[in-house]
Design a protein around this ligand. Structure first.
Ligand SMILES: Cc1ncc(COP(=O)(O)O)c(C=O)c1O
Length: 382
């Protein structure tokens, strides 16, 4: 490469976007100009003073001191996989530890599953709004994210008719984020059954993102797979949210017991070999997390419920603003009436520059840019 010529950058970089972090560059400029910024853009409870349960830290500390600092099996250490399988079995989705893979957070599970399920040109149904990693990974592997509607007038529930309309012979999977980021929705059983029926009829795999399952304000949400343990479901979760350890990058994916998923499981395990393993010492916290004291979850969920109520009430009291009350997790998706010709990005950047408050524009989650949606993280003290 001649001096002064830039190295080639692949076209997929242009297709890849992750607004939650991209927008931070704008916030840094505002800070450089001397204004303090409140970061309400990223769902990290640790940054707002919540603490990882001590028994999990002790488990990782002990693992390191006991010398567990080498590579581990690519699918994860046996006690972690067993604890995940037991947890799913207890919660009504019986599964063998052989069908569990310990991953670098939910994120790596998502990437592994999509990479195995979809070829370039294949289609995956993704909710709108969506957690943006799904569209980003699909862009990276050259598959097509096909957006399906969730309805703010029905507490952000999926529109099953829209899902059916958008399904083609190329549809390989449907992403179901329940409880949901960015809307805070938890789907009722009838909706979940309708999604399962759809998947069975259409022959597509459900990718069930259940990372907020234990953070329902009225108690843990059931696993989607508990309604139909033989349906083609791959579930993802992690220690990041409900166990307050997002920086550990430790999670799991569970391939449901349906024999239709046997080849997919083999594909996931084959791909997982290539990255050797997820961080070893952290895996020693999985069994203590799932089998041990969970009292922190009740306190955390109660704190979140109080924040959700303040957020929704105060936002809805502002003229021109509306907000559906979240039922889980730490996100709300309010809507502001935009003046003609303005976009959600204009609003979010204006709020950042004039008030020093950083939210993420709804179009970062796939919403049309003229609808005025934006996401607020309500982890900060009320
Ligand atoms: C819906 C959803 N899925 C996955 C993730 C990624 O989580 P993890 O830290 O487990 O990779 C997040 C993080 O915000 C999320 O909101």
């Amino acid at each position: 490469m001649p001096t002064g010529t830039s190295a080639h950058v692949s076209a997929r970089v242009n297709a890849f976007s992750y607004a939650i972090r991209n927008i931070v560059a704008e916030a840094r400029k505002v800070e450089a100009a001397g204004r303090k910024v409140q970061y309400l853009n990223i769902g990290d409870p640790i940054q707002f003073g919540f603490r990882t349960p001590p028994h999990l830290i002790e488990a990782v500390d002990r693992a390191m001191r006991d010398g567990h600092n080498g590579y581990v099996a690519s699918a994860g250490i046996a006690p972690a996989r067993l604890a995940v399988a037991d947890e799913y079995t207890r919660r009504g989705m019986p599964v063998d530890p052989e069908r569990v893979v310990i991953t670098q957070g939910t994120s790596e599970g998502i990437e592994l599953a999509l990479s195995v399920l979809a070829d370039p040109g294949d289609e995956v149904l993704v909710p709108t709004p969506t957690y943006p990693l799904y569209t980003a990974v699909l862009a990276k592997i050259g598959a097509k994210a096909v957006p399906y509607r969730t309805d703010p007038d029905r507490e952000w529930q999926p529109d099953i008719d829209d899902i059916r309309r958008k399904t083609t012979s190329l549809t390989r999977a449907i992403v179901v984020i329940d409880p949901n980021n960015p809307t805070g929705a938890v789907y009722p059983e009838a909706t979940r059954r309708a999604l399962i029926n759809f998947a069975e009829e259409a022959g597509v795999t459900i990718l069930a993102d259940e990372v907020y399952g234990d953070l329902g304000f009225d108690g843990p949400a059931p696993l989607i797979g508990s309604l139909a343990p033989d349906a083609p479901i791959i579930s993802f979760s992690s220690l990041s949210k409900a166990y307050l350890a997002p920086g550990w990058r430790t999670g799991w994916l569970v391939v449901g017991r349906s024999p239709r998923l046997d080849d997919v499981l083999a594909g996931i395990r084959k791909m997982a070999d290539g990255r050797l393993c997820s961080a070893g010492p952290m895996q020693y916290a999985v069994a203590p997390a799932l089998d041990g004291d969970r009292s922190h979850q009740r306190e955390f969920a109660a704190a979140l419920k109080a924040r959700a109520e303040v957020t929704t009430r105060r936002l809805s009291a502002i003229p021109g603003m509306s907000c559906v009350m979240p039922k889980a997790a730490f996100y709300a998706m309010p809507r502001v009436e935009l003046p003609e010709g303005r976009t959600d990005q204009d609003f979010v950047l204006g709020l950042l520059r004039s008030q020093g408050i950083l939210c993420v524009y709804g179009s970062g989650f796939g919403m049309p840019t003229d609808q005025g949606y934006f996401r607020v993280v309500f982890l900060a003290p009320p």
